[in-house]
Design a protein around this ligand. Structure first.
Ligand code: GLU
Length: 300
């Protein structure tokens, strides 16, 4: 499994803070797939045909979560791993991507009410969510971690009793923390940038969410660090409107091709590997295996 052990790789991440800016400026782009100029044809009435008719696909991504979805401060462009995958899906349809911000709590409502055609927003596949929307095959495997100031006495998730811990409303960490740190005081906010500010000012003792999100914070502030080991597995899936089986199959096909033809490796290297100095393989976990990690809690 492609777990990222950030604490071990941490010095490399820090040294590479300037490289992140370079990448954000558009250097080291992976090669786009060959464009033969042919637009794929889809059955009339399918989501794919409708998107082609519209000429664009609206994709909900994060705007404040480097390296998955963030606004490049120099160009204002939205960039990251999720954005590159979204671009690949738009390219396959022959349409323009329209990236909108989907914070954790908006992801499912945006699919249900049609605000977004697709969600690529560091979203863990869970059985509860799967009752409301459909998921693609897993395209990234993150891990749940705890971040706190370097000089904090917190040693990991088992050490959060009585501490104030920030995470995002609508994220898996509402449950993850209740289960793994039942005596922690949760501070729920809309965005991870709010958690970042709160831990920097000392208004909360720690932040808990996915390793890749926390590492984005560490890159910006080296007085923060990961504490303890990973305590949950978070397989990311693309969110698709419930019951749109053809579109799900299409998205699965694009993700599988992205993995098989080396674009996943190039994208991993561009956004993650070059800072960690390690190469993790693309996920091989099936959707069923991802769902088995989180047995049904509420709505199913
Ligand atoms: N992957 C977790 C989730 O889907 C946390 C990250 C996030 O909130 O975007 O809830």
């Amino acid at each position: 499994m492609a777990h990222v052990r950030w604490s071990r790789r941490w010095p490399v991440v820090l040294v590479s803070v300037f490289a992140l800016v370079a990448a954000a400026c558009g250097e080291d782009e992976p090669e786009p797939p060959a464009d033969d100029g042919q637009m794929q044809e889809f059955p009339a009435g399918s989501t794919m045909a409708e998107l082609q008719e519209a000429g664009e696909i609206t994709i909900g991504v994060k705007y404040d979560v480097p390296p998955f979805g963030f606004r490049n401060p120099q160009t204002d462009a939205i960039e990251g791993f999720d954005v590159d995958l979204g671009q690949a899906i738009a390219d396959e349809l022959g349409v323009e991507p329209n990236f909108i911000e989907a914070i954790s709590d908006n992801r499912i409502p945006f699919l249900v009410d049609g605000t977004a055609d697709l969600i690529l927003s560091t979203m863990t596949i869970t059985t509860d969510r799967d009752a409301e929307i459909d998921f693609s095959i897993p395209y990234y495997i993150a891990e749940g971690r705890v971040l706190a100031p370097v000089d904090s006495d917190i040693t990991g998730v088992e050490d959060l009793a009585g501490k104030t811990v920030c995470t995002a409303t609508g994220s898996t960490y509402e449950e993850n923390l209740k289960e793994n740190a039942p005596e922690a005081k949760l501070r729920l906010v809309d965005t991870y940038s709010e958690c970042f500010e709160l831990v920097q000012t000392g208004a909360v003792d720690a932040v808990s969410t996915d390793d890749v999100i926390l590492t984005g914070m560490i890159i910006q502030d080296d007085t923060l660090e990961l504490k303890g080991e990973g305590y949950t597995v978070e397989p990311y899936g693309a969110g698709i409107a419930e019951g749109d089986t053809d579109f799900k199959e299409f998205v699965d096909g694009v993700i599988q091709a992205f993995i098989d033809d080396g674009r996943w490796d190039a994208t991993y290297q561009k956004w993650i590997g070059q800072y960690t100095g390690e190469t993790d393989p693309a996920p091989t976990m099936t959707l069923e295996e991802a769902l088995e990690l989180r047995p049904c809690e509420e709505t199913c």
